[in-house]
Design a protein around this ligand. Structure first.
Ligand code: FES
Length: 104
């Protein structure tokens, strides 16, 4: 699937991501600024916080209770479209996904 990250400066980075790879790991692999994934995807850091673009919020699901709690301590402002990108896993239904990287 293809994913595009929109950066705080308005720039965009797109990449092909294999099914089963989470969006934090994909971001780190492609050197997306602002996504560090310090806990390795264990829901204990919130350094993978992203905003899911409008067209995609219905397809990426909702945070579970653990993710919801971690989003409350994310550094950037929490929005309705906030997700921890380690919890979004690539699959064919998400082809074209757009994620917005919060400003630091
Ligand atoms: S990588 Fe730490 S919560 Fe997602």
């Amino acid at each position: 699937m293809k994913v595009t990250w929109i950066l705080p400066d308005g720039g965009e980075i797109s990449a092909d991501v294999a099914d089963g790879v989470n969006m934090m790991a994909a971001a780190v692999e492609h050197n997306i600024p602002g996504i560090t994934g310090e806990c390795g995807g264990n829901l204990s850091c919130a350094t993978c916080h992203v905003y899911v673009a409008d067209d995609w919020t219905g397809k990426t699901g909702s945070p579970d209770d653990f993710e919801d709690a971690m989003l409350d301590v994310a550094e950037a402002e929490r929005k309705d479209c906030s997700r921890l990108s380690c919890q979004i896993v690539a699959n064919a239904a998400l082809d074209g996904l757009v994620l917005v990287v919060p400003a630091a």
